[in-house]
Write a protein that binds this ligand. Sequence first.
Ligand SMILES: [Zn+2]
Length: 147
Amino acid sequence: MNYEHLSDKDLQEYALQKQNCYPGIMEHIQQCISCQIKAEQYSTLFAAMQDLEKPSFDFDLSAEIIPQLQVKKKPVSHSPVYLSIALIAFAFVLVTILFGNAFLSLFLSMAPILFALIMTTVSCIAAIIIIDMYKKHKAKMNSLNYY
Ligand SMILES: [Zn+2]
């Protein structure tokens, strides 16, 4: 027999679910009068709590509160997509100015199918990143609109 008395958590578990509790708990409670009394007190307490009426206001809370809430006008959304496009365009112009001839000879010497595959891959990855960034931005802005 376990000589250490059961914890309050074990006693509450026993009081709530006698059939499903751990066998060691059942064994201890069958042999320990002190824990039997505590478990019975918890059972009585839980039964009394179930009989309590659920607390509620005696007035319509939503009718009182909703008129006081102000609807915030939606601010003009400065989408990160435009910023991304501007940055990509700026980078493209900068690279073209600095390395225009080198890039031109690089792409001209490359097989057209290879160039098409690279551009398709880059475009898809950029589109996925921009869409994901936009969704995250929109979710964050929506979460900020509740105040
Ligand atoms: Zn005990």
